[in-house]
Design a protein around this ligand. Structure first.
Ligand SMILES: CC(C)(COP(=O)(O)OP(=O)(O)OC[C@H]1O[C@@H](n2cnc3c(N)ncnc32)[C@H](O)[C@@H]1OP(=O)(O)O)[C@@H](O)C(=O)NCCC(=O)NCCS
Length: 139
C-alpha cells in the first residue's frame, strides 16, 4: 500500500469511493473539488492498494489554521492504521506550512481514533451555518 497526492484526475474514482464508504453532497462537485485542490496544493492524499483507493484525506490551510476533511478509510480496510497514516501525513504538512491550530469536529464514535492521532478533546461545541445538505443527506 502506498500514499500519494490526490490530483484532479482522481475525481471520478474519489466520488465512487466516498459514495461507497462515507457520503458525498454538493460540496463534492467537480468545480468545487478543482478549486479546493488549486487553493490547497500538496495537502490532499490517498492510500492505494494495488491501484485501488483504500483511504483519503483532504487538507487545507488558510494562513492561520489547518483543516481536515474527507478522512475516510475503505469499509473493508478499517483498523489497519490507514486513517492514522493519512492524518499523520496531512498534519505534518499542515504544521510545516505553519498551521498553529487544527480543529476537527467528529462523530462521538470517532473520538478515540482522533485521540490516538494526537487530538485533544475541548470543552467547545461544534456549531455551523449550513447552506448545504451537509451532513444530513447521503446520496
Ligand atoms: C475514522 C476512520 C477514518 C478511522 O480509520 P481507520 O483506518 O479504521 O483507523 P486506524 O486503523 O488508523 O486507527 C488508528 C487507531 O484508532 C483506533 N480506532 C479507529 N477507529 C476507532 C473507533 N471508531 N473507536 C475506537 N478506536 C478506533 C484503532 O483501533 C487504532 O488504534 P491502535 O493504534 O491502538 O491500534 C474510519 O473509521 C472511517 O473512514 N470512518 C468513516 C468516515 C469518518 O467518519 N471520518 C471522520 C470524519 S471527521
Amino acid at each position: 500500500m502506498k500514499i500519494r497526492e490526490i490530483n484532479f484526475e482522481d475525481y471520478e474514482s474519489l466520488i465512487k469511493f466516498w459514495k461507497e464508504n462515507y457520503f458525498i453532497n454538493e460540496m463534492d462537485s467537480p468545480d468545487r473539488f478543482k478549486l479546493f485542490l488549486e487553493k490547497n496544493p500538496y495537502l490532499s492524499f490517498l492510500m492505494e492498494d494495488n491501484g485501488k483507493i483504500v483511504g483519503t484525506v483532504l487538507g487545507s490551510f488558510d494562513g492561520r489554521r489547518g483543516y481536515i476533511q474527507k478522512l475516510v478509510t475503505h469499509k473493508e480496510y478499517r483498523r489497519k492504521r490507514i486513517g492514522k497514516q493519512l492524518i499523520e501525513m496531512v498534519v505534518k504538512e499542515l504544521k510545516s506550512l505553519g498551521a498553529l491550530y487544527i480543529p476537527i469536529s467528529c462523530e462521538l464514535g470517532n473520538t478515540q481514533f482522533f485521540e490516538k492521532s494526537g487530538f485533544k478533546k475541548t470543552n467547545q461545541m461544534a456549531m455551523s451555518i449550513s447552506n448545504s445538505t451537509y451532513p444530513y443527506k447521503k446520496f
